[in-house]
Write a protein that binds this ligand. Structure first.
Ligand SMILES: Nc1nc2c(ncn2[C@@H]2O[C@H](COP(=O)(O)OP(=O)(O)OP(=O)(O)O)[C@@H](O)[C@H]2O)c(=O)[nH]1
Length: 277
């Protein structure tokens, strides 16, 4: 083994260790969380996206649709996963870690811990569920609060200082359920404008293209903010996962993405229909 190999192994081990400390299934050490890089200093590590929202709004479906192109109808609601994902944004390869949170209570890590971990955020609501829409303000307030504590440049509510706030995207999901709609597109747009978020309405079930457009926009915004991490050749570690979709492993190898499931609960996932475009 040459010196560069040894250094690579050491680097990988330290990276794994860091991920373990921030895993949603291990109570994080507050000292380590305090030492966490500010979101404005993404450095060379992957960009962390946290997907938030009430239970059953389609958070898991959205993330899985984006990284695998598939819609999988049924998931274990208690499953929390960090997906490692790399994609090309306007010719640059970007690496992400996407934390798909469970809408149900999680005793291992508080919502604040998860928000502190993230660099940017997706708040999902269902257009058929007014409660999930009403929840947005609370989540956004919490994001501002947690990141405001870490970065004294953040002044919540001041549009001049929005550039210091982490990128947040609002996603109204399930727009295929027209007859059950409880939140109008305009209401979503107004809310996003008021909170200074990006906004998209999508049907994760019906349209991969809509999901891709939305999440690519967030990736593009992240690229702007984390320009230093976006240089080609940086953040390169392509691993395909056999754990979540072992039967799809071969098919996915010809696509321009790589997925690595970093952590998940030992529980099995229930799955029903799988739709693919
Ligand atoms: N009709 C329709 N159903 C959807 C859509 N997206 C997700 N669903 C369904 O909504 C249900 C909840 O989806 P999940 O992805 O498990 O929701 P979640 O927000 O991750 O739920 P928790 O894990 O409990 O927080 C599932 O039955 C999905 O099939 C959509 O765009 N349209």
């Amino acid at each position: 083994m040459v010196l560069s190999d040894v250094l690579n192994v050491a680097k990988e081990l330290s990276e794994k260790h860091r991920l373990k400390m921030t895993s949603p299934f291990i109570k994080p050490n507050p000292k380590i969380l305090k030492k966490r890089d500010s979101w404005t200093q993404g450095g060379n590590r992957p960009i962390r996206i946290v997907v938030l929202g009430q239970a059953a709004v389609g958070k898991t479906a959205l993330v899985v649709r984006y990284i695998t192109r598939r819609f999988i109808g049924d998931y274990d609601p208690t499953l929390e996963t960090i997906y490692k994902y790399s994609t090309y944004v306007d010719g640059d390869e970007l690496q992400f870690e996407i934390l798909d949170t469970a809408g149900q209570d999680d005793k291992a890590m508080t919502l604040e811990d998860k928000i502190r971990w993230g660099d940017c955020f997706i708040i999902v609501y269902s257009i058929t569920d007014k409660c999930s829409f009403d929840e947005i303000t609370r989540i956004k307030f919490l994001i501002n609060h947690v990141h405001g504590l870490q970065n004294d440049k953040v002044k919540v509510g001041s549009s001049n200082d929005r550039k210091f706030e982490p990128p947040v995207m609002l996603v109204g999901n399930k727009k295929d359920l027209l007859l059950d709609r409880m939140v109008k597109p305009q209401e979503g747009e107004n809310m996003a404008k008021m909170l200074g978020c990006m906004f998209f309405e999508v049907s994760t079930r019906e349209s991969y293209a809509e999901v891709k457009t939305a999440l690519d926009s967030l990736a593009r915004e992240c690229k702007k903010r984390f320009r230093s991490s976006a240089s080609p050749g940086n953040l390169r570690r392509r691993i395909s996962s056999g754990r979540l979709f072992s039967s799809d492993k071969k098919k996915s190898s010809d696509r321009r993405f790589s997925v690595d499931v970093m952590t998940e609960t030992p529980r099995t996932t229930r799955r029903a229909a799988i739709y693919s475009e």
